[in-house]
Design a binder for this molecule. Structure first.
Ligand SMILES: [Zn+2]
Length: 314
């Protein structure tokens, strides 16, 4: 049997045909064009599903389910998409509308939680406890406890980005100040890099971004550090310290067997993970215990959303 995973993003709706070895065999996407009606989005999802079937030559009966990761509050009890701030939806009967359009069983869940579920399954799904931390524009995540995705009462659990690491810190998009993602997301690292550039004409960052601070990305800082630039090394030292503060909080809360790090910033690989592991180890409560959380890199990259959605359970 095959499954279809759909990642409903603020910019694109991406759908993929996933086989039993958790590989994406074919992938299609269309612009989300939000804000737009739920009916329009459901029509697009039905069209994408139809095209995937047509291109693969599969029959509808060979698809066991369609799973959708949504950017918001997915009530998996009643199948309603209760809140999706970027899309302008409010309490839509998402699952029933989609099942009617597709003629297939539909499962859905919060997108970050779905991605966590995908990484968990891709790693074999053997651990009792597994936490995913996604470092991108913000910091999201997902928690698997006793082998099951922990949704929380609103289907949006594990908003790691919005735990405070400095009570008097910088303002966050959520209305609080000093949130983890205001210091340790890709957006935060870019802000820190631009602040440094304003104060330091000599940093290699100026050359790497062609003299245009708007072109600085998180990876620009890693590039500069790899080339030996002192300012970039200092930036990363501070950045990974912020990241370790939040990571240690997460580990202290859950003591998961595995903490998996994904999102755009994780593409830096060991340049990120080595200092993160070392700094986190010095901060966790049970640092002298015989076994501790293993911090690993995500393996599905951008495909985690589609694969995780495809694998969602009812
Ligand atoms: Zn916040």
């Amino acid at each position: 049997m095959y499954r279809i995973g759909i990642d409903l993003g603020g910019t694109f709706i991406a759908a993929g045909l996933v086989n039993e070895s958790l590989r994406i065999l074919d992938k299609l996407s269309v612009p989300t064009s939000a804000p737009r009606s739920m009916a329009g989005i459901a029509d697009d999802m039905a069209a994408l599903t139809g095209k995937l079937l047509e291109r693969s030559g599969l029959r509808r009966e060979e698809i066991s389910a369609v799973g959708v990761g949504v950017p918001g509050t997915a009530n998996r009890e009643n199948g309603h998409l209760e809140d999706a701030n970027n899309l302008g939806f409010d309490d839509e009967p998402f699952v029933s509308v989609l099942e009617e359009r597709l003629g297939l069983p539909v499962r859905f869940g919060n997108d970050a939680n779905a991605a966590a579920w995908g990484e968990y399954q891709a790693g074999g799904g053997r651990e009792d406890s597994f936490v995913m931390m996604t470092i991108g524009t913000g910091i999201g995540g997902g928690v698997i406890l006793n082998g099951r995705l922990w949704d929380g009462i609103n289907g949006a659990a594990a908003e790691f980005g919005h735990m405070t690491i400095r009570y008097d810190g910088v303002p966050c998009t959520c209305g609080r100040t000093g949130c983890f993602e205001a210091y340790a997301s890709a957006t935060a690292l870019i802000r820190q890099a631009r602040e440094r550039m304003a104060a330091d004409r000599d940093t290699l960052l100026w050359k790497l971004c062609g003299g245009e601070p708007d072109r600085v990305e998180a990876r620009t800082v890693f590039e500069g550090a790899a080339a030996g630039d002192k300012a970039c090394r200092a930036l990363l030292d501070t950045y990974t310290t912020y990241l370790a503060e939040g990571t240690a909080n997460i580990i202290n809360l859950f003591q998961p067997a595995v903490l998996c790090v994904g999102g755009g910033v994780s593409r830096a690989g060991e340049a990120l993970l080595a200092p993160l592991r070392e700094k986190t180890a010095r901060r966790i409560y049970s640092q002298n215990a015989k076994q501790n959380t293993q911090i690993i890199l995500a393996q599905l990259d951008n495909d985690a959303g589609i694969i995780g959605a495809a694998l969602l359970e009812p």
